[in-house]
Design a protein around this ligand. Structure first.
Ligand code: NAD
Length: 266
């Protein structure tokens, strides 16, 4: 459930890709601390409505859903405009939507490259581009981009993902410098391996690419990189997020909190 508590009452948070995995957990964590939530992401309409209604009722906040596709710049701008129109403000933007594809460079499908760069990197640009004027007008903003340990380190067979995540970190630093005097901060959270649907799907693909068993992927590839030998939990990421969005986090800017069990210490 997470031990860190911050009073976010009355604030509005938009979390992209929050119908699953890390995004859903972070959205619920922000709601638990009082923020009104705008969910976004793909998935079954009935399941998304159940998630939306449950977050609203369990945490007594406004929880809305906007279906914008992170490959479409106009729809991303609509997501930000929707949050402002429906709740009157925008305080927190968590750019979390992401996809993965694992293949050697010479077999990497070009359409997968385009999709990963579009969803994992360009959508972060489009969302920040739309959100910064709203945050500036409100005199307050916290942008938190969910990058990855792969924003700092490479692994084979993930060329598009590594390029996108390194790009997100650089983009975050540039925007942080631009907004520093406007009451806004922009930072990354860099998770190591978290056992979400995205990672579950990678296990089989990585096993195929490397010609090893799925058990070997988990123990010898994924958690081999993570010195604690433990998957990162949703609550450990939520703790980092709550610090960044709190008043105490106001001077952390253009940086990253890396929650990777020591992976990038190597
Ligand atoms: P996930 O697959 O569980 O969730 C991804 C979310 O993005 C879903 O809500 C999905 O609907 C949404 N999404 C995908 N394509 C979209 C599109 N075109 N438009 C709108 N939404 C779209 O994945 P996750 O593991 O929770 O990953 C979330 C983020 O965390 C990603 O950016 C990922 O790169 C990053 N990350 C994950 C791990 C990990 O180990 N799971 C590690 C480091 C970083």
């Amino acid at each position: 459930m997470g031990a860190v508590r911050v009073d976010l009452s009355g604030q509005t948070a938009v979390i992209t890709g929050s119908t699953s995995g890390i995004g859903a957990a972070l959205a619920e964590g922000l709601a638990r601390n009082g923020a009104n939530i705008v969910l976004n992401g793909l998935g079954d309409a009935g399941e998304i409505e159940q998630l939306r209604a449950r977050i609203a009722s369990e945490h007594s906040v406004t929880c809305l859903y906007h279906p914008s596709n992170m490959l479409k710049p106009d729809e991303i701008a609509d997501l930000i405009a929707f949050a402002k129109k429906e709740t009157g403000r925008l305080d927190i933007l968590v750019n979390n939507a992401g996809i993965q594809h694992v293949a050697p460079i010479d077999e990497f499908p070009t359409e997968k490259w385009d999709a990963i760069i579009g969803i994992n990197l360009s959508s972060v640009f489009h969302a920040m581009r739309a959100a910064v004027p709203v945050m500036k007008a409100g005199g307050h903003g916290r942008i938190v981009n969910i990058a990855s340990a792969h924003a700092l380190r490479a692994s084979p067979f993930k060329s598009a993902y590594i390029a996108a995540k390194h790009g997100v970190y650089g983009l975050t630093k540039a925007v942080a410098l631009e907004v520093a005097q406007a009451g806004i901060t922009a930072n990354c959270i860099n998770p190591g391996y978290v056992k979400t649907p995205l990672v579950e799907n990678q296990i089989a693909d990585t096993a195929k690419s490397r010609g090893i068993s799925e058990e070997e992927v988990v123990n010898d590839v994924m958690l081999a990189a993570q010195p604690t030998k433990k998957f990162v939990t949703y609550d450990q990421l939520l703790g980092a997020l709550l610090y960044l969005v709190s008043d105490d986090g106001a001077n952390v800017n253009g940086n990253a909190i890396t929650v990777d069990g020591g992976w990038t210490a190597k």
